[in-house]
Design a protein around this ligand. Structure first.
Ligand SMILES: [Zn+2]
Length: 178
């Protein structure tokens, strides 16, 4: 990630362990800490809304709406902002916390380790026509029964865990489609 120390330009900076970069020449230390991100399970009857990613990583794979939390931003507010940006739809203040899972997000030669906070929201009357997709981010929308989603079609590990937890938590959905 660093070829030279950002502080003294020494070429001896090294990746020490897990998340720590240290320069032996000037003492510069950088902690590449876990970042926070969010995701939303939008429940539309027995289906949930999946987005088709338009960009790398995992272009063409399915994802839940959401994204990185900004500095000083409340997680739920970050999720609502990301939804407005990605799909032009605000899930509103009724978000319910589902769970938080680790994820790995490689982007332009940097591997970001994240902790992704997932929320649910019920929007029984929601249709695709209510969305305004950001074409740079999102290539399409799929409304799917969560039990019909193949794990390998999801872009990220954290979303796989969130969908699995969602299915186990909302057993009425499982029964309805059994
Ligand atoms: Zn240095």
């Amino acid at each position: 990630m660093f070829r030279f120390c950002p502080s003294c330009a020494s070429p001896h900076i090294r990746f020490e362990y897990a998340k720590v970069f240290r320069c032996p020449d000037c003492g510069f230390v950088y902690y590449h800490n876990v970042a926070s991100a969010t995701g939303c399970v939008i429940m539309v009857g027995e289906a949930i809304a999946l987005l088709v990613r338009a960009k790398e990583p995992a272009r063409g794979k399915l994802d839940l709406p959401g994204g990185f939390v900004n500095p000083d931003e409340e997680a739920a507010a970050g999720l609502r902002r990301e939804c407005r940006e990605e799909i032009g739809w605000d899930p509103g203040p009724e978000l319910a916390f589902l769970g938080a899972f680790p994820n790995t997000y490689p982007y332009k030669n940097i591997v970001y380790k994240t902790c992704d906070f997932y929320f649910t929201v019920s929007a029984p009357d929601l249709t695709e026509s209510r969305f305004t997709l950001d074409p740079k981010e999102i290539a399409g929308v799929r409304f799917m029964n969560p039990r019909e989603i193949k794990a390998q079609d999801l872009a990220f590990d954290s979303a796989r865990q969130a969908v699995a937890l969602f299915i186990s938590r909302f057993s009425s959905l499982s029964c309805a489609s059994a």
